[in-house]
Unconditional design. Structure first.
Ligand code: E4P
Length: 216
């Protein structure tokens, strides 16, 4: 499973990329707004200069024709930009048209297997089931990831599954077990994944034992 970072914070991306291979980045309008950045193009281009994998940037238009125009503009920002398009009737129309032009789309805000089937059928390069937001409303978000992976595998569909809306480390390991191609992870969760109390205790003990042996 590849690791994407789910953030528009450039410093977080730089830090994370020093630790492990960050294979891509997902952003959304909320994440860019959180960084107080007004110019989405500048943010995406900055991220693209750090990470060479797919960088998702989202359309805000609601109608298919304006979505397509916006997506064409967004995809021109950098060679590795993937356009995030919500799964709606307009979104699917846009994904189908954009796929025909060779523009990669990440079908976002996926909350059902049927939506994922349609996204693949429209030619989306990625589909993003939102695990945490489903959990929030009392549905099993990871079960959806498992179902999509199984059906895509069964029908040999090439759309890749990004486990999104990840809220804690257990989501990441569950996404890996479910066979998600990608988990897109907030920086804070990536940091939590590193920690284990036995690792900290082990490091301390090795240092203490070594010091003691030197003093003896
Ligand atoms: C994914 O592409 C989205 O940007 C993100 O995972 C949404 O996460 P949230 O539900 O925590 O806002």
């Amino acid at each position: 499973m590849r690791i994407f970072l789910d953030t528009a914070n450039v410093e977080e991306i730089r830090k994370a990329a020093r630790l492990v291979r960050i294979s891509g980045v997902t952003t959304n309008p909320t994440l860019i707004a959180k960084e107080n950045r007004k110019d989405a193009k500048a943010v995406i281009q900055e991220i693209s200069s750090i990470i060479d994998g797919p960088i998702s940037a989202e359309v805000l238009s609601l109608e298919s024709d304006t979505m397509i125009e916006e997506a064409r503009r967004i995809s021109s920002w950098a060679s590795n930009v993937v356009v995030k398009v919500p799964i709606s009737a307009s979104g699917l129309e846009a994904i189908s048209a954009l796929a025909g032009e060779g523009i990669k789309c990440n079908a976002t805000l996926c909350f059902s297997l049927n939506q994922a089937i349609l996204a693949a059928s429209a030619g989306a390069a990625f589909v993003s089931p939102f695990v945490g937001r489903l959990d929030d409303v009392g549905q099993d978000g990871m079960a959806l990831v498992e179902e999509i992976v199984a059906i895509y595998d069964y029908y040999r569909l090439s759309t890749e599954v990004i486990a999104a809306s990840i809220r804690h480390p257990l989501h990441v390991s569950a996404a890996a077990k479910a066979g998600a191609h990608v988990a897109t992870i907030p920086f804070s969760v990536l940091m939590q994944m590193i920690k284990h109390p036995l690792t900290d205790a082990g490091i301390t003990r090795f240092i203490e034992d070594w010091r003691r042996s030197q003093e003896a």
